[in-house]
Design a protein around this ligand. Structure first.
Ligand code: PLP
Length: 386
């Protein structure tokens, strides 16, 4: 990326932090396998265990709770595949209707055993509906698992995970929290959240893509092994560890630790960006703006302005943003998050997500505002002429 571009899509992937790049390059020099007992193996093992300790400390967990995975998707799949799963309606998975696709797919739960919990119009899960749903299932005497994300990737809304976990535990359920979008943006304290399982992904906070972790926060949880083979990761996840990626994860965690300045500065830039959007287009609709949100995320729409067209126009002005959700297939699809919030389809189809991060500067916001002004003027002129 040239400096002439403004990258404002950190919720899709945050650029690699320099510390992470350096740590990865250094780790690539380790020729040993982290499972070998010779000096080369021990050096690689040291990198893996150092990251485990750093990550555990960041989220307030024990090092032995961390299982490294290939990212958030795999950690979510593991969390949603408890070993007691029998299928045929013998267990239930409750997920909020605004979860990431990797949770909505339900891991090993049959589609018919996955129940969606509704959200309010601000995107926050309904605790009342959750209580009713848990109570009804509890009456069957069968086990259940709940999965609620800490922060939403599209709107940035922060969910009441601690309250939901308390509720689920009251009825005997297990709780998983997808904290992928929250780490590095807000404080994530596993014990305060009260979840039993928690998902981490490095590339959302300046680590490399393709590495993450599942934190197993309670002893004796029934975790299924999805990738079977050697005894790595205490037998929970076989395969030779990706030492360089784990080193990058550790260095990115190191950059976050004790760094509460970064989220505060990012929030100021995000608020400035929203002010600029609204000055130019007073009718702009900001989603979940009055709810507790991540400091880096803004999701907004202008009725009649196609998100796809806007993303392309922004790209031509040197600005990277996303349309609604992450468009993993490369094409823009309707946002299930905005649908679940009851946003009218026309407005939802216009939703744009701008997400800031560790390397965002005032110049990026200025660049965005200049492009937004030019694009909006063209749109408004066409609207007027129509
Ligand atoms: N969960 C959330 C909330 C996400 O935003 C993402 C990625 O967009 C994932 C899970 C998947 O993580 P990964 O890309 O590491 O597989």
């Amino acid at each position: 990326m040239t400096a002439a571009r403004a990258y404002l899509d950190h919720n899709a992937a945050s650029p690699l932090r320099p510390e992470a790049r350096e740590a990865m390059i250094a780790a690539l020099e380790h020729e040993g396998n982290a499972s070998s007992i010779h000096a080369e193996g021990r050096a690689a093992r040291h990198v893996v265990e150092d990251t485990r300790e750093k990550l555990a400390a960041l989220i307030g967990a024990l090092p032995q709770s961390i299982i490294f995975t290939s990212g958030g998707t795999e950690a979510n799949a593991m969390a949603l595949s408890p070993s007691w799963l029998r299928g045929n309606g013998a267990a239930r998975l409750f997920v909020s209707s605004v979860e990431h696709a990797s949770v909505l797919r339900g891991g090993r739960f049959a589609t018919s055993d996955v129940e969606l919990l509704p959200v309010h119009s601000n995107g926050i899960v309904s605790l009342e509906a959750a209580r009713d749903a848990f109570a009804a299932w509890h009456a069957t005497g069968l086990p259940f698992l709940v999965s609620l994300m800490l922060a939403n990737n599209e709107t940035g809304v922060v969910q009441p995970v601690a309250a939901l976990a308390e509720l689920a535990h009251e009825f005997g359920g297990l709780v998983h929290c997808d904290a992928v979008q929250a780490i590095g943006k807000i404080v994530v304290d596993a014990s305060a959240l009260g979840a039993d399982l928690l998902t981490v992904s490095a590339h959302k906070f300046g680590g490399p893509k393709g590495v993450g972790a599942l934190a197993v926060l309670r002893e004796g949880l029934p975790i299924a092994t999805l990738v079977k083979g050697g005894g790595q990761e205490r037998g929970y996840r076989a395969g030779t560890e990706n030492v360089a990626a784990i080193a990058g994860l550790g260095a990115a965690v190191g950059a976050l630790t004790g760094n509460d300045r970064e989220p505060r500065e990012i929030a100021i830039l995000r608020d400035e960006l929203e002010a600029q959007i609204a000055v130019i287009a007073p009718e702009a609709m900001f989603f979940s703006r009055r709810a507790e949100r991540l400091p880096n995320t803004s999701c907004f729409a202008i009725e009649g302005m196609s998100a796809e067209t806007l993303v392309i126009a922004m790209d031509m002005h040197g600005i990277a943003v996303s349309a609604g959700s992450a468009c993993s297939s490369g094409k823009v699809e309707r946002s299930h998050v905005l649908d679940a919030m009851g946003v009218a389809p026309g407005l939802g189809a216009a939703a744009i997500r701008v997400s800031l991060g560790w390397n965002t500067m005032t110049a990026d916001i200025e660049r965005f505002a200049a492009a937004w002004s030019a694009i909006y003027r063209t749109f408004a002129a066409r609207r007027h002429a129509a």
